[in-house]
Design a protein around this ligand. Structure first.
Ligand SMILES: *[C@@H]1O[C@H](CO)[C@@H](O)[C@H](O)[C@H]1NC(C)=O
Ligand SMILES: *[C@@H]1O[C@H](CO)[C@@H](O)[C@H](O)[C@H]1NC(C)=O
Ligand SMILES: *[C@@H]1O[C@H](CO)[C@@H](O)[C@H](O)[C@H]1NC(C)=O
Ligand SMILES: *[C@@H]1O[C@H](CO)[C@@H](O)[C@H](O)[C@H]1NC(C)=O
Ligand SMILES: *[C@@H]1O[C@H](CO)[C@@H](O)[C@H](O)[C@H]1NC(C)=O
Ligand SMILES: *[C@@H]1O[C@H](CO)[C@@H](O)[C@H](O)[C@H]1NC(C)=O
Ligand SMILES: *[C@@H]1O[C@H](CO)[C@@H](O)[C@H](O)[C@H]1NC(C)=O
Length: 660
């Protein structure tokens, strides 16, 4: 009985109590199969992580297997914990992660003293911010003087973030510290990054978390944001090892710890008394706790609109004081950007978009950038413009072009983006020579990339952005031909409130606009799904949708696609450069998905999450598409109407070219 009791305490109380949060990625293509090679690789990986992490200074990354069965993993212990604590935490995490996320190809768990992540795809050294807000936060008290608390917290965190990212004296990518709020009150903070990312990414990651903290928790006397690549936490009492309030805090820490052990022992004894069968008791207890965690998994919700957000601009450390204000905005010095583009020289012009002209530039440190010089006056005031830029700069995803910052001088506004060496999708798919470089695999990856980027904008990002002007020239390609959506959030900068379901003004490009949006100004995520469908069909056919009617028998591109679908002659639709070396079933499936996306009735069109699932799962049965929009009626598109429609143009102007 006593042995059993000790055993139960060991199993039940401490490890489970330190659990913070888990995230099982359900947007990966499919679950892995039990007893598969992937599963055995995963188990080897978890074994290797739990036996090597504490020995390698609390951070270890490795991979097991090859090809499609390869699995990558990473474990990180909190910088202040002892090796044995680290070891047992990673060990617990590697067992619990299988229970928390059964059969998932990608998962992460966070514990008080460690975090552990694995994935079927290589994620080392790439930071894609997606901060999580663990339920722990809900238990924190309100602080007595929120304004003062928030200011001191911000300063402390700014110091710790720089220390973690750039200081070599402390533990790598880890920093703790405290600051006094009043005679008796202190703030204790801790920040840490996984050591696979570089210093500037560490700073970015933590800065985003700081923004999230200010959005959610700065009025509380404790807060914690967890991310795959970094985490940040503060409290009003010392919680990390080696806090400056050393002797007293250690004493009280030990006392608390003993109380915790005592209470949990009593609890377990009571539980055992209640349950006659010990094994029964254990199982029930576990089950209940898991349920509680699930119920508490609240999405990170914050009132971003009303809270000032600090965000450090990554270039600031390199450019050396060129920026005007690092603390409040990713704001770059206007003159520096101007110089980087040779004073907007024509030779640096990359293209003309709906919202302005894009130039290539090179910063003094050699980093290439793309600069968008906004041509129209945005309707917003300067402050609103800045706030929008901050919000949009926070959106980060592998399939979105990254907005690095902005420059403002008087009426002139510049947006600075990362530079994409392979320009945009239209340059490839509408050019007979370059199109040959895009084999089916590449095209399929591009389609999936656009779908994931759009899904992130629609559902996963906190802003729930509808793009409204998705077209091939807004899909940029990086050096690996990864698709990256650009110009998202422009409607937020230029036009009316995105949350309204109806707008008097229509932005967008004729040919990619859904009928309900073009004609009635009604927009929803389904209007973007329509644009996605048109692009998908263009990628497969290699034909441009606008101006199509002038050269073909069918009245429009979509009518042409639909006609061939109905006649069962879909392969005629496929780009002749593709036909010989692609999987016919895969291409036909894609066409069907494309047609589902362009259906007349918005309600019939799938959401982007459904599209992503349909693209990733070949065995899933697809519904039959109904007739697409614009399949009937005659549309005559004049050349100038295929370019972007001005923001201030009213619906009437557009709708008179549409069939009635
Ligand atoms: C989930 O998986 C998808 C597909 O692999 C990936 O693009 C996305 O970044 C993952 N999300 C997170 C939060 O890791
Ligand atoms: C996996 O293997 C174990 C032992 O070899 C077996 O008991 C179990 O039924 C198998 N599960 C599946 C889904 O094949
Ligand atoms: C990691 O652990 C595995 C056993 O799980 C061992 O075979 C391997 O040598 C270890 N690697 C290092 C670098 O310690
Ligand atoms: C704190 O540090 C001491 C001394 O290094 C160590 O014995 C103790 O286990 C540490 N506590 C944690 C939670 O790691
Ligand atoms: C904290 O303040 C918010 C409003 O500012 C209030 O709704 C909440 O109940 C307070 N919580 C506690 C624990 O006092
Ligand atoms: C830390 O080390 C790196 C290289 O290891 C160096 O570039 C950097 O200047 C150092 N930082 C400080 C603050 O000494
Ligand atoms: C660990 O991650 C780094 C990138 O930060 C990578 O270069 C290295 O190969 C990884 N280690 C293993 C064993 O995969």
């Amino acid at each position: 009985m006593i042995i059993f009791l000790v055993f139960t305490i060991l199993l039940c109380s401490p490890s489970r109590a330190q659990f913070l949060y888990s995230f099982c990625n359900s947007s990966t293509t499919s679950d892995y199969v039990s007893n598969s090679t992937f599963e055995s690789n995963l188990k080897l990986l978890l074994l290797s992580l739990s036996s090597n992490t504490s020995a390698s200074a609390g951070f270890y990354n490795t991979s097991v297997g090859s090809n499609s069965d390869q699995v990558y993993g990473l474990a990180l212990c909190r910088g202040d914990v002892a090796a044995d604590v680290c070891q047992s935490c990673v060990q617990t995490a590697s067992q619990e992660i299988l229970r928390e996320c059964p059969n998932k190809q990608e998962a992460i768990v966070w514990y008080q003293y460690c975090q552990l992540r694995y994935s079927s795809s290589m994620f080392f050294s790439s930071m894609v911010y997606a901060g999580k807000f663990p339920p722990w936060n809900e238990q924190q008290q309100n602080s007595t003087d929120p304004d003062q608390y928030s200011t001191i917290l911000t300063n402390l965190m700014r110091k710790l973030i720089n220390q973690a990212a750039y200081d070599n004296t402390s533990k790598p990518m880890f920093a703790t510290g405290d600051a006094s709020v009043s005679e008796t009150e202190k703030i204790y903070g801790l920040v840490q990054c996984t050591r696979d990312i570089d210093r500037s990414e560490c700073k970015n990651c933590l800065t985003y978390e700081m923004g999230d903290i200010q959005g959610c928790c700065s009025s509380r006397s404790g807060g914690m944001i967890l991310d795959t690549s970094c985490n940040l936490r503060y409290e009003s009492s010392p919680f990390y090892n080696g806090s400056s309030a050393s002797s007293t805090s250690k004493g009280s820490g030990r006392k608390t710890w003993m109380i915790v052990i005592f209470v949990s022992t009593v609890l377990v004894v009571v539980l055992i008394a209640l349950c006659i069968c010990g094994a029964h008791c254990l199982r029930r207890r576990k089950g209940r706790e898991v349920d509680e965690v699930k119920i508490q998994l609240a999405p990170l919700r914050q009132n971003l609109e009303s809270t000032p957000i600090s965000i450090g601009f990554p270039e600031s450390n390199i450019q050396g004081g060129n920026q005007m204000d690092t603390s409040e905005l990713p704001l770059m010095d206007f003159e520096a950007i101007k110089a980087a583009t040779d004073d907007f020289a024509d030779s640096n012009k990359l293209g003309q978009g709906g919202f302005g002209t894009v130039y290539k530039g090179m910063l003094s440190n050699g980093r290439e950038i793309a600069v968008k010089r906004l041509s129209r006056k945005s309707w917003q005031g300067l402050e609103e413009f800045k706030n929008e830029v901050i919000l949009i700069a926070k959106l980060q995803h592998r399939n979105l072009v990254r907005l690095l910052g902005c420059g403002i001088e008087g009426e002139e506004k510049l947006l600075v983006y990362e530079f994409m060496p392979n320009t945009s999708l239209d340059v490839f798919i509408f050019d007979p020579i370059r199109r040959a470089q895009l084999d089916w695999r590449t095209r399929f990856d591009i389609i999936c990339g656009i779908a994931r980027g759009l899904l992130y904008l629609h559902e996963d990002s906190r802003l729930k952005i509808i793009h409204r002007d998705l077209k091939p020239s807004n899909v940029l390609l990086d050096s690996d031909m990864t698709a990256k959506i650009s110009d998202f959030g422009m409607a937020r900068i230029f036009c009316e409130n995105q949350n309204a379901a109806n707008t008097r003004r229509v932005v967008g490009t004729f040919g990619y606009m859904a009928p309900e949006y073009a004609m009635e100004g009604l927009f929803s995520v389904k209007s973007d799904v329509f644009s996605f469908g048109v692009i998908l069909l263009e990628i497969i056919s290699g034909k441009r949708n606008s101006g199509f009617c002038l050269t073909k028998h069918a009245q429009s591109f979509l009518a042409y696609a639909w006609g061939l679908w109905v006649e069962g002659k879909c392969l005629e639709f496929v780009d002749p450069l593709l036909v010989d070396n692609c999987s016919t079933t895969e291409v036909l499936r894609c066409i069907q998905i494309g047609l589902l996306c362009v259906q007349q009735d918005a309600a019939d069109r799938p959401t982007m999450s459904t599209v992503v699932v349909m693209l990733g799962n070949e065995s899933l049965a697809l519904p039959q598409p109904t007739k697409p929009a614009f399949a009937l009626g005659r549309i005559v598109v004049k050349a100038n109407q295929s370019s972007s429609v001005n923001c201030s143009v009213d619906v009437e102007t557009i709708s008179h070219v549409l069939p009635r």
